[in-house]
Design a protein around this ligand. Structure first.
Ligand code: C2E
Ligand code: CA
Ligand code: CA
Length: 870
């Protein structure tokens, strides 16, 4: 045996845990053969050995001696092997053995001497009780058959004490053999328990070939978890259960797995049903049935991952929610250190990035807040102290902090169970401003910025409380005369400008303690606080009438309006806001009725009148339906031929309680509440129907209210009344007052022309009562002028009345218009009218208005001699 072999053996021995018996045995066998060949090469004993190639026995002894002497290291190696070793020659005589082999079978050292026969050794083993129930012959026969096969062979034998020895038998060229023995009891036990652990482990496990990646073993848990059958699993490689893109990483992992460390990684795997799972794989290299393999245990973390993922998205949502809050939010721990805060928090206090980091102390932030001016109270140090105390108190609280820069922040403090707190910080500066604006708007008029009715009532309420302690006050209501006409003709922008200009003039008239309010439209009210009443109110009202009577200049337009004022005094005229305003309004109503441009104090009987008026209104609304109206007719006489020209229809109201109510009383009311439209239509239809019964050409004159001209269907109503009665249009006359022309617009004139075009005649009634009557006459070609009763009454006494009558009759004859004198009561009046050339007369002198049933008789009377009319 030479040096090299000894070295190999020595190494093999050292690593005997790793080297298998076959290799070991082969090494020894080779070493023997080598040595044998060398021996023969010296041409000594080998020649005598004949054709068998086996060394002669003398040579063998020599060889053993040579080995012993020449290579002590080899001997040492053999002695120190963990395996047992023995070598027999072709004659079944021991060549060498080691101590371990002797020990395995409990053989005495004497039997370990070279030359001991195999039979002796087997007998000793039998004698030691290793093969119970067997005979030496049986054993030898059995061994003989193994030798005869002349093939390497591994077999196990169970020894007396139950331990298992694995034997590797290697025949040699000379008919001898080398055998090595290993006590595998522990290893088998370990393998069995490993197998048990693997198979019945609840954790899915498998073993795969590190080269081919093919699965070699699968435990039941893995089958159950993945859903593949064992056959399917064993036909797959590791890559088959992973997504393709993981291939490279998987290969790298497989290479990195070592025998000494468990390597873990997270992977995506596919189950048999195609679903994807996330696993942690714990791998460790090992030898499996002689193959380089990897044992792998997998833990399914799909659920855990999902939970973590959900937690993370949940966190992200929380973060987004917190970041997007309009309030600032900060959370501090029990050590008063910032845990987290949002962007808004930093903005509210202008915190720099280094102060919003977790760990920043509450005090640091407070100090910064103070430096940035975001503190409340006079003393910054006291502020810091108060916030710290507040934080320490561990009580929920909400505080409004007002900063020196005018900002206001609402801070809500909420302690947390384990110490520390969460606080929210809402900058309400803008909100407060907006609220103040809204508050202002709710109590002020947008156009003039004057207080509105709401604020006026509040102020009144407040002052009335003091009035009781005898501090008198006055409420003045005013509206602008003719405002509507200006607004309609000049347009709303100028109307607005006029209201603003009027508002500022009103303000110049009042004192500092007074309140000017706009109630809406062109209505204003003033609360005057002054000790001297009613003198102060009178003075103020005069100033207002004077100031608002001055012309206004509106972008080049000269506008004259004027105002009417009503005044109520507290506490005499009332002691609650509504009553005072209502009474002042009644004064205003009176002032307007008395010709505008003036003021009136409220008087208790105004209230009584208003009450009567309201009662009348209620009754009037029912009158038409109840058939309480009747038409009376008053004759109109033509002076030229002393003939009956026609009748004027005059409304009568038979009030169920009050009896006959004068049209002078109810027509203005009917006009005010719009009832004049249906009443007027009724009168028109009734007059036409009645007149149709009278002989042609006797006419009927119907009074039309200005309000009827505002309604769109006046013309169609007239047409319908004529059509349904069958009265020829030329027998119908309508009387209008100049008010119709004051509300002048093109539609009024158009309506008049349409009526004229039908053949209806148009009269100007009450002529002379207005102040610019003559000019109206030029705007429309009237058929008739009716001179107002007031001129006729004074005809005999006043020259100016007479000259007016003369002027009108002159104008009438020159323009081709009939002139009618109203209210003729005396022969004297008639004589004078005749002398002035008046065309027609009407009055008690001939007849008062009479009901329809008396008209036939009247007509008959007028057919008689001429004196009947004079
Ligand atoms: P008016 O149109 O000026 O009518 C003439 C008024 O003078 C009538 O009063 C009539 O009765 C009265 N009268 C006639 N002759 C004399 C007289 O010799 N002496 C005196 N002192 N008075 C005389 P009445 O019927 O009370 O009507 C008053 C006003 O009511 C009418 O004035 C008219 O403006 C209005 N009115 C009457 N009926 C109607 C109607 O159907 N429609 C409209 N819109 N107004 C009507
Ligand atoms: Ca009339
Ligand atoms: Ca009249």
């Amino acid at each position: 045996m030479h040096e090299l072999l000894a070295k190999q053996l020595a190494e093999a021995t050292r690593a005997s845990g790793d080297i298998d018996l076959a290799t070991l045995t082969r090494l020894v066998s080779n070493a023997y053969d080598e040595a044998d060949r060398k021996q023969r090469g010296k041409g000594s004993a080998s020649a005598r050995a004949g054709t068998t190639g086996l060394p002669a026995s003398a040579d063998r002894e020599l060889l053993v001696a040579e080995v012993k002497t020449q290579n002590l290291r080899f001997e040492t190696a053999v002695e120190n092997m963990t395996q047992g070793l023995c070598m027999f020659d072709g004659e079944k005589k021991l060549i060498i053995c080691n101590r371990h082999w002797l020990d395995l079978f409990g053989l005495p050292a004497a039997l370990g001497k070279p030359g001991t026969s195999f039979r002796m050794i087997m007998e000793a083993r039998l004698a030691n009780g290793h093969y119970p129930g067997r005979t030496i012959d049986e054993l030898l026969a059995e061994r003989e058959s193994i030798h005869k096969e002349r093939k390497a062979k591994t077999f196990e034998q169970r020894l007396r004490d139950g331990r298992v020895v694995q034997t590797y038998h290697q025949p040699m060229a000379d008919g001898g053999w080398v055998a090595t023995f290993e006590d595998v009891t522990d290893r088998l036990r370990a393998e069995a328990s490993f197998r048990l652990l693997f198979d019945s482990n609840p954790v899915p496990m498998w073993v795969y070939d590190r080269g081919t990646l093919r699965f070699l073993a699968i435990n039941d848990a893995a089958l159950a978890h993945y859903g593949y059958s064992r056959e399917q699993f064993l036909s797959m490689t590791l890559l088959d259960i992973r997504p393709a893109e993981d291939r490279e990483r998987a290969l790298q992992y497989v290479r990195s797995v070592s025998e000494t460390y468990v390597t873990d990684r997270a992977w995506r795997h596919y189950k048999a049903d195609g679903s994807e799972i996330y696993v942690l794989a714990y791998g460790r290299a090992l030898t499996h049935e002689g193959r380089d393999a990897v044992l792998c245990a997998v833990v399914d973390v799909t659920e855990r991952r999902r939970a973590v993922y959900e937690l993370r998205t949940q966190n992200m949502r929380f973060e987004a929610a917190i970041e997007n809050m309009t309030q600032g939010l900060a959370m501090f721990d029990g050590e008063r250190r910032l845990i987290v805060c949002n962007r808004r928090y930093a903005e509210v206090y202008s915190l720099p990035p280094e102060l919003v980091r977790p760990g920043t102390t509450h005090r640091q932030i407070l100090e910064h807040r103070v430096a940035a001016g975001a503190y409340s109270g006079p003393d910054p140090a006291a502020y810091i102290q108060s916030r710290i105390v507040n934080a320490d108190e561990a009580k929920p609280s909400t505080k409004l902090l007002e900063f020196p820069d005018g900002r206001a922040v609402v801070v809500s403090h909420q302690p947390m169970p384990g110490g520390g707190w969460v606080s929210t910080h809402e900058d309400i500066t803008e909100r407060r401003r907006a609220e103040a604006r809204i508050e202002h708007m709710a109590r002020h008029d947008a156009l003039t910025d004057l207080p509105n009715r709401v604020l006026l009532r509040e102020e009144l309420e407040q002052h009335l409380g003091r009035v009781r302690r005898s501090e008198p006050l006055a409420v003045l209501c005013l509206d602008l005369d003719h405002f509507k006409a200006v607004n309609d003709s000049l347009g709303h922008p100028l109307g607005d400008a006029l209201l603003q200009a009027a508002a500022s003039r009103i303000r110049t008239c009042v004192g500092d303690a007074d309140t000017v309010a706009r109630l809406g439209g062109d209505e204003f009210a003033i609360l005057q606080v002054a000790a001297e009443q009613p003198n102060s109110a009178t003075g103020l009202a005069q100033r207002l009438v004077q100031a608002l009577g001055q012309p206004f200049d509106l972008s080049g337009h000269q506008v004259v309006i004027g105002t009417s004022v009503g005044i109520a005094l507290a506490p005499f005229d009332g002691n609650d806001p509504d009553q005072l305003l209502k009474n002042a309004d009644m004064g205003l109503y009176r002032a307007k009725a008395d010709g505008r441009g003036t003021f009136r104090f409220f008087e208790p009987e105004m209230d009584a009148k208003m009450k009567v008026r309201r009662a009348l209104e209620v009754d009037l609304r029912k009158a038409l339906g109840n058939g309480e109206f009747e038409l009376f007719y008053q004759p109109i006489v033509n002076l030229e031929h002393n003939q009956l020209s026609g009748f004027e229809a005059l409304l009568r109201w038979h009030h169920p309680q009050r009896g006959l109510v004068s049209p002078a009383e109810f027509i203005p009311l009917a006009e005010e509440i719009g009832l004049i439209i249906p009443i007027g239509e009724w009168a028109l239809r009734k007059a036409c129907t009645d007149a149709k019964l009278w002989p042609d050409p006797i006419m009927v004159a119907v009074n039309l209210s200005p309000v009827q001209f505002k309604s769109k269907n006046l013309v169609s109503t007239v047409i319908s009344a004529l059509a349904s009665s069958g009265l020829p249009p030329k027998r119908l006359e309508v009387e209008i007052t100049e008010t119709v022309l004051i509300q002048d617009n093109d539609t009024t004139l158009a309506v008049l022309h349409q009526l004229r075009d039908l053949g209806v005649r148009i009269s100007m009634d009450d002529f002379g009562t207005g102040y610019s009557s003559l000019s109206y006459l030029r705007r429309f070609p009237f058929d008739k002028i009716k001179i107002d009763r007031s001129f006729i009454r004074d005809l005999a006494r006043r020259d100016d009345s007479r000259s007016i009558v003369r002027a009108v009759t002159g104008l009438g004859s020159s323009l081709g218009m009939v002139t009618t004198a109203e209210g003729v009561e005396t022969d004297e009046q008639l004589r004078l009218l005749r002398a002035e050339g008046c065309t027609q007369v009407q009055g008690f002198l001939f007849s008062p208005p009479k009901p329809l049933r008396e008209i036939a008789e009247l007509i008959e009377k007028f057919r008689g001699p001429a004196r009947a009319v004079a």
